[in-house]
Design a protein around this ligand. Structure first.
Ligand code: WT7
Length: 653
């Protein structure tokens, strides 16, 4: 980050639309405004009360030990078993027949898993892990498609106290190898493959390549999913041989509240991936509470669907741990949104009567691009609440989501959090907050966040700066696996004593928080800090724009100049070639945000480069904008995208 980019960020975008909660939801909401007062009066007492939603084998002695910051210990001395809390206790409470997951494979095969069945499956898997020599404290790498064996494997690890490291199934052999190696995993759980885009997509060969050079791995446990031929090695064992014959009984032992539950690697912009470590009691407390509060889950009647992949933290916290701890019924879907056609997700919502739906802005913008008529073909009337996560949601995407998916009735909760925070931190409460399109609004009860300037001083309302978290929270990362120094340096050194999230943010006149993207993405134009997010939102508010990505390119006159990449919406594609459209968009941005934010150049493109978790890789677009060779594309979801964009660049010259 340059000196200059630490100046206060501009505050350009004005958004006046407000969506108060539906009366019915406000009346019956799980959490009311009183929670804010209760938590600010006694934050630790508030979290202690939330921890009571779990069953503890041994009560804690102290809610928080913060005597050695930034190394936190929550619920010190307490003991519990995560898998017991997510599964067995619901069965013991007589809810064994409740569906935990409505699973649907991409080819259309389905499986309904009740809590009673999940208990049996997890017990068998736990017994198998023990037989394979996995002990409490060992690490297990999990590289699976979105099939039931994925949450079952995670819960089996949690049950015996093995620390799992789920690696997203789209990662390469090299990415998998470095993650296995860093965690020194003893076992890898994988499948022959999964289904993606209508055909089998192999996983086992990637594992075979990765474990050639990972001496820590003793066994590879393979689930048969596609039935395709795979190479067999001595270290391989098959799920159907080892797990299926196990006893359906497994006595869960309690683990310390600070026992390592999982490691999840986050790549960041530079350097080797960081193994973010989450532990047991505080993590489960905050994922369960936030799932209850933010989604207003009524476990008896709701059907909840988070469309993320379990390979990301969203899936860990809001497909597996939070929902199961709350006894929710969830949908689990294996495949892509456009297989066999672009209405697949809406058919799933109709089929299972999904009431609560959680997805990402990148998906929402893709649906906008595909056209309004596609969701209109399905009956989405079961939905009562929509959530968003992963990036700032552009106001126009928020409004589209609410209108076209939520029939103009459902609240939209824009939830800000990170792999590192473990659970939602800033979000509307659906029964309390009058939502503003594009704003994450307020820290949840029990969370203390602020927007500060480059000196660490809080900005006044109307100001912009850096998002920080001022008090520890139960689901916070405990360290970077094996690298305490990097943990301190990355998150706790920019501003002494507080957690630096790396995101730009602003406070509006009401004091509500808007996220402005990663600090590294802020542009400095003629001495003004302008956020990429705000310019992108202005572009997306044009009726013919589906999606955009904005970068700052070095400019001899203005320092940096704004260069925008734009994907036209639906049928607009054919009519929008040419300079007139670019000029129209430049004027539109100038009109929405002010002349300072007018892009120097607009390129109309068919696709944008995204990571596999759906984030725009602005670094690559900066290479295009600055007429350089394109840098490392190995983490792109689709590596051909940059070729398409480069062709556009060449033809524009
Ligand atoms: C970064 C964390 C949290 C699970 C998925 C991403 C961005 C996330 C929002 C939001 C604006 C958001 C931030 C954050 N982000 N949610 N609602 N509004 N920005 O986890 O991969 O660790 O990424 O995603 O930049 O720092 P992650």
């Amino acid at each position: 980050m340059s000196e200059k980019s630490q100046e206060t960020l501009s505050n350009l975008l004005k958004e006046a639309r407000r969506f108060p909660p539906p009366a019915e939801l406000a009346e019956s909401a799980n959490v009311t405004a009183a929670a804010y007062e209760q938590a600010s009066a006694d934050r630790l007492g508030f979290w202690a009360e939330q921890a009571e939603r779990l069953e503890w084998s041994k009560p804690w002695d102290e809610v928080l030990d913060w005597s050695d910051p930034p190394f936190a210990k929550w619920f010190v001395g307490g003991e519990l078993n995560v898998a017991y809390n997510c599964v067995d206790r619901h069965v013991e409470a007589g809810l064994g027949a409740r569906v935990a997951y409505h699973w649907e494979g991409e080819p259309g095969d389905t499986r309904t898993i009740t809590y009673a069945e999940l208990q049996r499956e997890v017990a068998k898997a736990a017994n198998a892990l023990v037989e394979l020599g996995v002990e409490k404290g060992d690490r297990v790498a999990i590289y699976l498609p979105m099939i039931p064996e994925l949450p079952i494997s995670m819960l089996a690890c949690a049950r015996i106290g093995a620390t799992h490291s789920v690696v997203f199934g789209g990662f390469s052999a090299e990415a998998l190898r470095t993650r296995i190696d860093d965690a020194q995993a003893k076992l890898v759980i994988t499948a022959d493959g999964g289904y993606r885009r209508g055909k089998p997509s192999a996983l086992k060969p990637t594992v075979d390549a990765a474990v050639e050079r990972t001496p820590s791995v003793e066994h590879v446990l393979v689930v048969r999913r596609t039935g395709e031929d795979v190479a067999r090695h001595d270290r391989d064992v098959w799920w159907e041989d080892v797990v299926e014959r196990q006893s359906e009984e497994h006595a869960a032992q309690p683990h310390d509240a600070e026992h390592p539950l999982y490691i999840l690697y986050t790549s960041g912009t530079t350097g080797k991936p960081k193994g973010i470590l989450h532990t047991t009691g505080g993590y489960l407390t905050q994922t369960a509470y936030t799932h209850h509060a933010v989604f207003d889950l009524k476990p008896e009647t709701d059907v909840y669907w988070c469309s993320a992949d379990i390979g990301w933290v969203t899936g860990h916290s809001y497909i597996v741990y939070g929902p199961l701890a709350n006894g929710a019924t969830s949908v689990l879907y294996e495949g892509t949104p456009d297989t066999p056609h672009q209405g697949r997700w809406w058919e799933i919502i109709e089929r299972y009567g999904v009431t609560l739906f959680y997805t990402a802005p990148t998906a929402i913008r893709t649906f906008m691009k595909w056209g309004d008529d596609i969701p209109a073909r399905s009956d989405l009337s079961s939905l009562r609440l929509l959530g968003s996560v992963g990036e700032p949601i552009n106001p126009e995407a928020y409004v589209w989501y609410r209108e076209h998916i939520g029939a103009g009735r459902t609240p939209v909760v824009d939830t800000w959090w990170q792999t590192e925070t473990g659970a939602i931190m800033i979000s509307p409460l659906p029964g309390v907050t009058a939502g503003k399109p594009g704003a994450a609004m307020k820290p949840l009860p029990g969370i203390v966040a602020d927007v500060v300037d480059d000196q660490g001083a809080p900005v006044p309302n109307g100001g912009g700066g850096f998002l920080v978290l001022k008090e520890p929270w139960p689901s916070m990362l405990r360290t970077v696996w094996g690298d305490d120094e990097r943990f301190v340096k990355t998150y706790w050194s920019r501003f002494p004593g507080v957690y630096f999230a790396g995101d730009g943010a602003k406070r509006d006149e009401d004091g509500d928080i808007w996220l402005l993207g990663r600090v590294d993405d802020v542009m400095l134009v003629s001495g003004h800090n302008i956020s990429t997010t705000e310019v992108e939102s202005a572009l997306v508010s044009h009726p013919k724009v589906a999606e955009s990505a904005v970068v700052g390119a070095t400019d001899p006159v203005t320092g940096q100049a704004i260069v925008a990449f734009v994907i036209p919406r639906g049928s607009a594609g054919e009519e929008v070639e040419g300079d007139d459209f670019a000029a129209e968009l430049r004027n539109h941005v100038a009109h929405s945000l002010g002349p300072i934010a007018k892009p120097r150049q607009i390129m109309i493109v068919p696709e944008l480069p995204k990571t596999r978790s759906g984030k725009i890789m602005r670094r690559l677009l900066r290479d295009v904008a600055e007429n350089r060779g394109i840098g490392d594309v190995t983490t792109l979801a689709d590596s051909t995208v940059m070729d398409l964009i480069s062709q556009k660049q060449a033809s524009a010259k």
